[in-house]
Design a protein around this ligand. Structure first.
Ligand code: NAP
Length: 350
């Protein structure tokens, strides 16, 4: 990992020059495209002097940054090299030249992977005020993560009371929220898969899953059949590959799959061969529907109305793995891909 601030490896003439009034933003750039799993050397820390805050703009100091699986896909070509990266962030306004935002306001925006940003005020939205709820929650339960879980279950799969639901990557950000939301929606049985015995224990012991299994322990289809001998009605897929094949095998007639993600293939160089039983979709009249949470942002008030009272009461638990220190963001990102997080992976800037 390159660390450019004051680094002897950085030529004098490339270091950020700053006047006393200039804000320096510490940023991460992608400097090479990962070949399979990303490595620390694919990233570099750079210090950039921000332009002064212009009319209609705000200067924001970031407090919390989200590291997400989709970022790995962007690294294959979507994101430019040696340039600022995007990502969901919660920040505090340090200076405002727009009437819509004032100094001290907490905002959500998408200029991630940096300590500070100058943004158009229209690109920063004021966080709602829900007393007693931490601002990091707007990246987890009350952010795109919780919204993905809610949309997948309630709008895509149309989960009904007393149905059986299976959730993969169940101990992650989307998964922990999906398991808890499924219980709120009245599912009779909530089954999760995760990558360690400790995560499995937590899903059942703390988050109310009916049962869970470690997908590394053996055949996924066999473990799912053992957990749900009578079959499942709904599958929230965060993983793809063998997990999707197992779910298709266990779905009852007219079952539904809300396809949220396919993390099993993000770091691979060849797509997984599964699912090999796709034609069962016809035989069982199944429905598989993918979705992007960005198309459902209008449901944010609905999500908050559902979850805020339960977060306050403690029925919904905010599962977050918070890595402290901006300089640890690359480690946190790679760790999340490897399954080191429980709940939403978040970086606290300082
Ligand atoms: P997350 O689940 O908090 O973190 C990723 C988790 O995936 C890891 O903790 C790891 O846990 C698991 N994992 C990694 N490799 C795996 C593999 N080969 N097989 C099974 N599990 C694996 O991340 P998230 O932000 O909540 O995202 C979860 C999924 O939802 C991702 O696929 C993401 O792309 C997708 N997503 C989609 C949308 C949308 O708009 N469609 C929005 C948000 C997220 P283990 O220890 O259990 O392996």
């Amino acid at each position: 990992m390159s660390r450019n601030r004051g680094s002897p490896f950085m030529p004098e003439n490339q270091r950020a020059e700053a006047s006393p009034m200039t804000t320096i933003s510490r940023m991460v750039h992608l400097v090479s495209r990962p070949d399979g799993w990303p490595a620390p050397d694919d990233f570099a820390f750079v210090d950039i002097a921000l332009p002064s805050t212009g009319r209609g703009q705000v200067l924001v100091e970031n407090l919390y940054l989200s590291v997400d699986p989709y970022m790995r896909e962007q690294m294959d070509g979507g994101w430019p090299l040696n340039a600022p990266l995007e990502g969901r962030s919660i920040g505090r306004v340090l200076a405002s030249r727009d009437a819509r935002l004032a100094e001290g306001d907490l905002v959500f925006h998408r200029s991630g992977w940096c300590s500070h940003a100058v943004l158009g005020a229209e690109d920063a939205s004021l966080l709602p005020e829900h007393a007693g709820i931490s601002s990091s929650a707007y990246l987890s339960a009350l952010g795109g993560t919780g919204l993905s879980a809610y949309v997948g279950l309630s709008k895509i799969a149309k989960l009904q009371p007393l149905e059986t639901v299976f959730i993969s990557a169940a101990a992650g950000g989307v998964g922990t929220m999906a398991g808890q939301i499924a219980q709120l929606l009245g599912a009779s049985s909530v089954i999760g898969s995760a990558g360690s015995a400790e995560k499995v224990r937590r899903l059942v012991g703390k988050l109310g899953f009916t049962s869970a299994f470690n997908y590394r322990d053996g055949n996924i289809a066999a473990q799912l059949r053992a957990a749900a001998p009578a079959g499942i009605d709904v599958y929230l897929d965060n993983v793809g590959g063998e997990h999707l094949e197992a779910a298709i095998g266990s779905l009852r007639d007219r079952g539904r799959v809300a396809w949220c993600g396919a993390i099993a293939q993000y770091n691979g160089t060849i797509p997984p061969p599964a699912p090999r039983n796709l034609f069962d979709v016809v035989g069982k009249s199944l429905r598989i529907e993918g979705f992007l949470v960005r198309d459902y942002r209008h449901l944010q008030p609905e999500l908050e109305a559902l979850l805020v009272p339960h977060i306050r009461s403690g029925r919904i638990k905010l599962e977050e793995t918070i890595t402290v220190g901006f300089d640890n963001i690359v480690t946190a990102f790679i760790g999340m891909l490897r399954g080191e997080n429980v709940g939403k992976a978040i970086v606290q800037v300082c």
